[in-house]
Design a protein around this ligand. Sequence first.
Ligand code: HEC
Length: 158
Amino acid sequence: MRRALLLVLVAACFDHEQMLEDQELPPLESAPAQGDFAAFMACMQLDDFVASNMAGAWSTVASDGGACTTCHTADGMFSGDAQRFFDDLKHRTYVQVQFFTFDRTTNVVDVNTETIPRVGKAVAPYGEHPRFNATKGLDATFDLYERTIERLAARNCQ
Ligand code: HEC
């Protein structure tokens, strides 16, 4: 009985191997690693940035010290000018990490839902910072994130 079962198993294995050999596989091409932060940033497109209304949303988040761009003028973060904001997000690491996180152990990119809301609540070390509600901006960030992840999955990064 045991022997018969073993034979069946061996036969099943051979069949399977045969199947794999017969299968016609497409040629190898380099796949963008989905969880890789550099690949994620490289795949991000201005079209998606505009469609998700990143610039419109962040530039109109009100704080009790005025619009973000009243003080944040040195870089394009939170700018209503989509191209400027997008260029900074694409090229400046410290801007990227305000909006997205990367977990090196799991290789997963995610939206940074911690940093900006913490600043908005004036949590230490941002005790002097004007207060604001980041929800509108984060919604746009989630939208951009999802569009970019979809592009990566579809290998539609251009
Ligand atoms: C009155 C001036 C002012 C306004 C208005 C302002 N900020 Fe800031 N912000 C600062 C300063 C100064 C710092 C750096 C010092 C600190 O952390 O408090 C800062 C720091 C930050 C940081 C942390 C950056 C880092 O490198 O750690 C974030 C994120 C941020 N601001 C987001 C915003 C957003 C979003 C808005 C608008 C809703 C906004 N700020 C409005 C002055 C301002």
